[in-house]
Design a protein around this ligand. Structure first.
Ligand code: SF4
Length: 348
């Protein structure tokens, strides 16, 4: 009879980390499911659930392979790790000696915990030419959050660990359950909806969430910055901003008031192709029913005006006092979540 064994582990099919329960028979994985006694409560996305197919895939790359036929011929032979490393080192030395370190470019896929090492490798070689998906996904928001608030990591506090859940939840161009590599957050997000009064979906597409939304806004793609400015216009015109927070923690309010003056609901309605009533309604919900969170999607980071869009959205958070209070956008990480991988802390 086959020897059955259950191993508790963590999924790394994205850079998330859902708790998983892996069943093996005679050392071979036969089943993967979520671990109910983990932070993600036994939930997994379809990608994680199907990761057993990666392990068994006959085309999975397990060893260094060297091309032996013509490029494109599909002819490869297995080589040792020593030979692979020696070959790479020789080519890198040749490039550095003859053309300069900058001629070496390093690219990588989304991080699985090794990001810090590829950056270190690039710096050790002396090349600035390193590219990761992070440059158009997540890093822009870290940069802009940092620019506006002084700290780059702001996350939605869906957990209720601080005693409050978000009363207004905005999901802006994001589909946590499908397209996000952070979809382990989906579990907490879905739970937080039970406590939320206003659920606003801002997305031109009919996302799965849109059917559950209190308010679904479909702006013209690329007009998100104007929408954020319009919401701030309403909040300021109607005197709805969090006076205490703005007074105590911000500067530049008068300049912001002046800047958003022109972005009336009528004007923003024309820019975004949405009814002005939606802009007013969203602004009121966001400013009145606090605390609240804005979950930002990476599609906002792939726009030409990504910087200003994220900057405006961060100001919108601050206007409603939705920064650093339970149930809002938070930068602290509770011990239960463990250490977050932080490439920025890894600078040599
Ligand atoms: S979100 Fe999906 S892929 Fe990512 S860790 Fe969880 S189960 Fe794995």
């Amino acid at each position: 009879m086959a020897k059955r064994e259950v191993v508790y582990s963590t999924c790394k099919s994205c850079h998330g980390g859902c708790g998983v329960k892996v069943t093996k028979e005679d050392g071979v994985i036969v089943h993967i499911e979520g671990n109910p006694n983990s932070l993600t409560g036994g939930t997994m996305c379809s990608k994680g659930l199907s990761s057993i197919q990666h392990v068994d895939n006959p085309y999975r790359l397990k060893y260094p392979m060297k091309q032996v036929g013509k490029k494109g011929s599909g002819k490869w032979k297995r080589i040792s790790w020593d030979e692979a490393l020696d070959t790479i080192e020789a080519k890198m030395r040749d490039a550095i000696d003859n053309y300069g370190a900058h001629t070496i470019a390093i690219s990588q896929g989304t991080g699985r915990g090794y990001n810090r090492y590829t950056h270190r490798l690039a710096r050790s070689l002396g090349t600035a030419n390193i590219i990761t998906p992070g440059y158009v996904c997540h890093s822009p928001r870290l940069g802009l959050y940092g620019l506006v608030t002084g700290y780059g990591r702001l996350y939605c506090d869906y957990h209720g660990w601080g005693g409050e859940f978000p009363k207004t939840n905005i999901v802006w161009a994001k589909q946590l359950e499908i397209s996000s590599a952070d979809s382990e957050m989906c579990y907490w997000f879905m739970k937080s909806l039970d406590y939320c009064k206003n659920f606003i979906v801002i997305d031109p597409r009919a996302s799965a969430y849109a059917t559950r939304a209190t308010l679904w806004i479909q702006p013209r793609p690329g007009s998100d910055c104007a929408l954020a400015m319009g919401m701030m216009n309403v909040i300021i015109e109607e005197e709805l901003w969090d006076k205490e927070f703005v007074e105590k923690w911000t500067f530049g309010f008068d300049e912001l008031r002046e800047r958003v003056k022109d972005f009336t609901p009528e004007k923003v309605s024309d820019i975004c192709w949405i009814p002005k009533e939606q802009i007013i309604e969203a602004a009121r919900m966001w400013a009145i029913d606090t605390p609240g969170c804005i979950q930002v999607g990476s599609s906002l980071e792939r726009q030409a005006n990504c910087g200003h869009t994220l900057r405006a959205i961060t100001c919108l958070m601050g206007l409603a006092g939705n920064i650093e209070r339970p149930g809002s956008m938070i930068s602290w990480v509770l011990p239960e979540t463990g250490l977050i991988e932080d490439v920025f802390l890894e600078l040599p």
